[in-house]
Ligand binder design. Sequence first.
Ligand code: F6R
Length: 343
Amino acid sequence: MPRPAVPSASSHVMFDIVQSLPEQIRKGIELARGVDIAPTFPQRVVICGMGGSAISGDLIAACRPVKRLPEILIVRDYHLPDFVGKGDLVVGVSYSGNTEETLSCFREGLERGCTLAGVSSGGALEGLCTQGGYPLMKPPGGLPPRGAVGYLFASLAMLLEAYGALAIHRDLEGLVGYLEDLREALCPAGPKDNDARRLAAFLRDRIPIVYATPTYGAVARRWQTQLNENAKVLAWHGLLPEMDHNELVGWSADDRAHDFAAVFLQSPEEEDAMERRLRITQDLMKGRVPMETLKARGDSLLERIFQLLYLGDFVSVYLAELRGVDPTPVRVIDELKARLARR
Ligand code: F6R
């Protein structure tokens, strides 16, 4: 059972981390400046990572404004797909630099003669990049990986831009100011009745399921994982239109639906068919499960994606506070990694 709300010193640590997102993006852009990159236009970009590091790759793929740039693939696994080889750029993204799945993919990229680069604050990945002379974006260490999303995202974006695989830095610079304004509205020192607090209260005694269309799939995943790791709750995400072909049946027929809460992330750029689908889906779920619809705001896709992401990050910490849990440590992940490392 959740404990009563105890605003504790521990949640301030994560609030500070979440609040540092605009500065992280600004510094992440700068990280690329000193890195020596021989521009070889890759045929494909393969971003390998897990958890809080991998999400930076999803966000890059989601925000990519120019479609004719190389395909971007995110690999969350021990192995690269068979078709990845010479001519492809493999980027290992691991904040700690010690995640075994990421290291395994990076080593496979090396064996297959791929172009290699890394994003990491240290660990074995830094070692591999230094030894091999591969470009490395090195954000400052000492954060939980999921709390370094600004550094990881911005430095990865600049790395890909240096390879000619992305054109984003002007938008990124604009994003910083947009997030600074948003932070004022969402932070604990801001208005008491902010959206993030209200949503945390809505989710307090329910299991969150976050839905989005593929355009905002990365954001829905980020909501889920921040709720899992910061608020320490079970939470999942799903995508439209796929959920209409399976999960919708569960919502309509399973009496446990009331234990959940559905949060829909709505993007203004959807085509009419998708908007219609969303309306009908919600109508069919009405009365079965408490629902919230959040409309993305911002002048560009990048701003809209980060607006909803930032809201979710704050929600997860307010929810941790309401539940009286410390949002920062993820002891069970640490234990899993320690046990995996014992051979
Ligand atoms: C912890 C977190 C995790 C890690 C994941 C991979 O804050 O978010 O999901 O990101 O275990 O570790 P790294 O990012 O160090 O490769």
